[in-house]
Design a protein around this ligand. Structure first.
Ligand SMILES: Cc1cc2nc3c(=O)[nH]c(=O)nc-3n(C[C@H](O)[C@H](O)[C@H](O)COP(=O)(O)OP(=O)(O)OC[C@H]3O[C@@H](n4cnc5c(N)ncnc54)[C@H](O)[C@@H]3O)c2cc1C
Length: 339
C-alpha cells in the first residue's frame, strides 16, 4: 500500500505521515509480529534467522518483495531521481514544480518492475502538475522503455490505448530504448543517447539479498513458482513481488499488490487444507486490476485476467472520476481488511 501512495505524494495530494499504518496491528488477529531483519533462511533445516534469534517453521511464506538496484545502471544514482524511492518522490515533486522550461526524461530501465502502469501514471501526473503551474507548454516529457510497446503484459490493444493517452498529454513514448548508463544531463541507450534536464528513473529490481544468499534463485532473478506459489523446497511458498509466475514463455504475472494479495489468499487456503489433511489444492487465479491515474482526480482501470485462455486478457476502462474514487476505496478497503 505504501507504494500506491507514492504517486499521491508526487502530486501533492497526500503526505507520507498520513499514509502509514503500524504493522503491529496484525497482532489483533492473533499473529505475532517480529520486527527484525531476516538474515538467513535455511529451507533444509526449516529455520529462519533474524538479527537476534532463530525460528523453526513448519510452513514458510516468503513475502519479502523486491529491492531497487539503481547501482546496476552506472551514473544513475548521481544523475537521476528514482520514482520508486520514497525519499526521491518529494524531490521529484519540488523539482517539477520549480521548472519553467526544459526536458524531463522518464525511463524504465529494466524489466520486470513493480506495477507496470505506475510509470505512465507518474508521467501523466507530472503533466498535470505542469498544467497547474502554467509551464506545460515549455516542458517536454519523453518516456523511454526497453519494450517496443507501452505495456507488453497488457497486450498490443491496451498498449496502443495507453500510447494514445500519453500522446494526448504531449508525452512522447520511445520504445526499444534500453538504458545502459547515465551521465550528467545525458541518458545512454544500447542504440543511442539523449539529453535531459531532469531524469526520473525506474531502476532494475532484484530480490532482497537474504533471498539470493539463501539459495532461492539459482537460475533466475526471482523465486520461480507455479500457481500454487510453492517453491522447490518442502512447505516453502513465495508470494508477491519476490516471485515469478510465468503465464506464457514470455509473459509473467506482473508485480502488483493486487496479485500479491491473491497469492497470499491462495497459499493460506493451501496451508489450511494441508493442516486439515484435505486433498484440495488452491491455485492463484491471476485475476485483478490496476488503476491508471491521469491527473485531476481521474483514473482509468485496467482489468486483468492473466490465465485467461488462450492468452492473458486485459481491458482498459476509460478514465473517469468513478475509477479514481474506486482507487481511493481500494486503498481504504485493504487497510481495513489487513491492518
Ligand atoms: C509507485 C507505485 C505504485 C503502485 N501502485 C499499485 C497499485 O495501484 N495497485 C497494485 O496492486 N500495486 C501497486 N504497486 C505495486 C505494489 O506496491 C507491490 O506489488 C506490492 O507492494 C508487493 O507486495 P509484497 O508484499 O510482495 O512486497 P512489499 O510490499 O515490498 O513488502 C515486502 C516487505 O518485506 C520487507 N523486507 C524485505 N527484506 C526483508 C528482510 N531481510 N527482513 C525483514 N523484512 C524484509 C520489506 O521492508 C517490505 O516491508 C505500486 C508500486 C509502486 C512502486
Amino acid at each position: 500500500m505504501m507504494d500506491l501512495v507514492k504517486l499521491w505524494i508526487l502530486n501533492g495530494t497526500r503526505e507520507f505521515e498520513l499514509s502509514k499504518r503500524p504493522l503491529e496491528n496484525v497482532t489483533r488477529k492473533g499473529i505475532e509480529f517480529v520486527n527484525e531483519e531476516v538474515v538467513r533462511i535455511d529451507p533444509t533445516k526449516k529455520t529462519v534467522r533474524t538479527s537476534y534469534r532463530q525460528f523453526h517453521y513448519d510452513y514458510l511464506i516468503i513475502a519479502l518483495g523486491v529491492e531497487l538496484a539503481p547501482e546496476q545502471i552506472p551514473g544513475l544514482k548521481e544523475n537521476g531521481l528514482v520514482l520508486y524511492e520514497l525519499q526521491d518522490v518529494p524531490k521529484i515533486r519540488d523539482t517539477v514544480r520549480k521548472m519553467s522550461s526544459g526536458k524531463i526524461a522518464i525511463a524504465i530501465m529494466a524489466l520486470p518492475y513493480k506495477c507496470p502502469p505506475a510509470p505512465y501514471e507518474a508521467a501523466l501526473l507530472i503533466r498535470s502538475i505542469l498544467e497547474e503551474t502554467g509551464t506545460s507548454d515549455s516542458i517536454q516529457i519523453d518516456f523511454y522503455s526497453p519494450t517496443p510497446i507501452t505495456l507488453p503484459a497488457g497486450g498490443p490493444q491496451v498498449s496502443e490505448e495507453i500510447l494514445q493517452i500519453l500522446q494526448s498529454k504531449k508525452i512522447e513514448f520511445h520504445g526499444n530504448h534500453k538504458t545502459i548508463a547515465v551521465e550528467p544531463g545525458k541518458l545512454k541507450f544500447e542504440n543511442g543517447e539523449t539529453n535531459f534536464d531532469v531524469l526520473i528513473a525506474i531502476p532494475p529490481h532484484k530480490v532482497p539479498s537474504v533471498v539470493a544468499e539463501s539459495g532461492f534463485v539459482p537460475n533466475g532473478k526471482f523465486i520461480e513458482v507455479d500457481r500454487t506459489c510453492k517453491t522447490s523446497y518442502d512447505n516453502v511458498y513465495a508470494i508477491g513481488d519476490v516471485n515469478q509466475i510465468m503465464v506464457t514463455d514470455k509473459i509473467a504475472v506482473p508485480k502488483a499488490g493486487i496479485f500479491a494479495e491473491g497469492q497470499g489468499v491462495t497459499v493460506a487456503r493451501n496451508i489450511i487444507s494441508q493442516i486439515k489433511k484435505e486433498l484440495e489444492s488452491a491455485i492463484f487465479d491471476g485475476k485483478g486490476g490496476c488503476f491508471l491515474e491521469t491527473g485531476k482526480k481521474i483514473a482509468g482501470y485496467l482489468q486483468v485476467e492473466m490465465f485467461a485462455s488462450p492468452n492473458p486478457l486485459t481491458q482498459l476502462q476509460s478514465p473517469s472520476e468513478d475509477h479514481f474514487a474506486e482507487k481511493e476505496k481500494f486503498e481504504r478497503e485493504r487497510l481495513e481488511r489487513w491492518l
